[in-house]
Design a protein around this ligand. Structure first.
Ligand code: CAA
Length: 265
């Protein structure tokens, strides 16, 4: 049974533990305007509150573009204050994608430029179709990446690569994005959603609470020094040791039982 919710610029389809969230502005190649960012924030808040959804797959409508950036026709008349506010408006839903208890997978089905590259980088995992194109063209527009690009790109691929891509507006294809570790996998367009759903299914079969805690451990530990980070991990590890799911997962192993009934989340 599938649930479908339509907003002005987004489409949400929920089937079992997997939600597919589609940026749906094909006329503008799914560019992110203020309304889309507001809707995104609302829908992610809803999803976060749902215990039945374990994985969110983010994609773009059509076969050409994932997200072609922030909306240039909206930004063209921005003042400094409006630009700052626009960046902060994206920051809230982007941090939700990064830190929400559900796992987020970007299924990048074409152009991932500017804000498109940036929103994909806010997700936990990126899978790209062969026609995907990644880049930060902002410096060619007289601005800088404003939805986290200067920060998340450097963290994902290293400073040298990030600086080259941003300073030279150097777009990279899916194969190069894979080579430098920006995407986890590249598949033909027609296999993209099936591949993302297969991975989502594998994740959803594991103990969701443990996965959510592992996500927090990786995200929050990343910016700590190694000693504090490992101690933080020990704290979270200890927390997972007292859960129902730990008893269930380990008992199932010892009983040589394949089916597990994980209930924490
Ligand atoms: N904002 C607003 N509209 C956009 C858009 C964007 N980022 N990208 C594409 N569109 C619109 C086009 O204006 C066009 O609209 P019309 O039909 O009304 O003219 C429609 O989408 C189709 O686009 P094209 O005709 O340009 O399609 P194409 O196949 O010839 O080119 C493309 C595709 C190479 C992606 C090209 O559209 C392009 O270069 N887009 C802009 C990419 C970009 O610079 N993105 C970064 C934006 S800045 C940013 O994101 C800032 C930030 O970090 C906050």
């Amino acid at each position: 049974k599938q649930e479908v919710f339509e907003m002005n610029n987004l489409l949400l389809e929920v089937e079992g533990p997997i939600a597919v969230l589609t940026i749906n502005r094909p006329k503008a190649l799914n560019a992110l305007n203020s309304e889309t960012l507001t809707e995104l924030n609302e829908v992610l808040t809803e999803i976060e509150g749902r215990d039945d959804i374990k994985v969110v797959i983010l994609t773009g409508a059509g076969e050409k573009s994932f997200v072609a950036g922030a909306d240039i026709s909206e930004m063209v008349n921005f003042s400094a204050a409006e630009g700052r506010a626009f960046g902060m408006r994206a920051s809230e839903p982007f941090f939700k994608l990064q830190n929400m208890r559900q796992v987020t997978i970007a299924a990048v089905n074409g152009f991932a430029l500017g804000g498109g590259c940036e929103i994909s980088m806010a997700c936990d995992i990126r899978i790209a179709s062969e026609n995907a194109l990644f880049g930060q063209p902002e410096c060619g527009l007289g601005i800088i990446p404003g939805f986290g690009g200067t920060q998340r790109l450097a963290r994902l691929v290293g400073m040298g690569r990030a600086k080259e891509m941003i300073f030279a507006c150097q777009n990279i294809d899916a194969a190069e994005a894979y080579r430098i570790g920006l995407v986890n996998k590249v598949v033909p367009q027609e296999e993209l959603m099936a591949t993302a759903k297969k991975l989502a299914g594998k994740i959803a079969r594991n103990a969701s609470y443990a996965v959510a805690i592992a996500k927090a451990a990786i995200n929050n530990g990343y910016d700590m020094d190694i000693k504090n980070a490992v101690e933080y991990e020990a704290n979270l590890f200890g927390m997972t040791c007292s859960t129902h799911d730990k008893t269930e997962g380990m008992t199932a192993f010892l009983e040589k039982r394949k089916e597990k009934n994980f209930t924490d989340f």
